[in-house]
Design a protein around this ligand. Structure first.
Ligand code: CO
Length: 176
């Protein structure tokens, strides 16, 4: 397993619409393992493939931080097709370091996804898992949690976001 670099705000990959995973092969299995390691080392509860520069519809969530008997779980090609209610909760993101903001989202979602075995699952989810899934599925669509706060609040973060962008531009040059 390999710890991957998490790309940061300002990297254009975070703004791309990810493509579907059409075959769950060894490459995808390895990516899932690497993403789980990366999420655990960097202290996240969820991670989406675009955050490790792979523009694919794939997310991992650490159920061990949500449920007593949970373990890291992969969601392949997840799609939310129904939602209910509304709730406000503070969010952060490994790709937008040191910024936390309250975000309003639906409380309960119904989603469809494939597990690592390729089986199609349909689940109705609430609580923290619903919140984390919505945040991660946003990444697949090129959306970040700071897109869901008020224009005024985003304006107040302008300097911090610019600093993260500049740092990411430098790292991108070094990596290239
Ligand atoms: Co995030």
């Amino acid at each position: 397993m390999e710890k991957l670099r998490i790309i940061k705000y300002g990297n254009p990959i975070l703004r791309m619409k990810a493509r579907k995973v059409d075959k769950i092969d060894h490459r995808i299995q390895k990516l899932v393992d690497d993403m789980i390691l990366t999420m655990q080392v960097d202290g996240g509860i969820g991670l989406a493939a675009p955050q490790v520069a792979e523009s694919l519809a794939l997310v991992v969530i650490d159920h061990s931080l949500i449920f007593e008997d949970g373990e890291p779980t992969a969601y392949i090609n997840p799609v939310i097709f129904a939602s209910e209610g509304e709730t406000v909760l503070e969010e952060g993101c490994l790709s937008v370091p040191e910024i936390r903001e309250e975000v309003k989202r639906p409380e309960i979602i119904t989603l469809r996804y494939q597990n690592l075995e390729g089986e199609i699952r349909e689940e109705r989810v609430d609580g923290l898992l619903s919140r984390v899934l919505q945040h991660e599925i946003d990444h697949i669509n090129g959306v970040l949690f700071i897109d869901r706060i008020s224009a005024l609040k985003k304006q107040l973060l302008k300097k911090e976001l610019k600093a993260i962008t500049e740092e990411e531009m430098m790292v991108m040059k070094e990596v290239a």
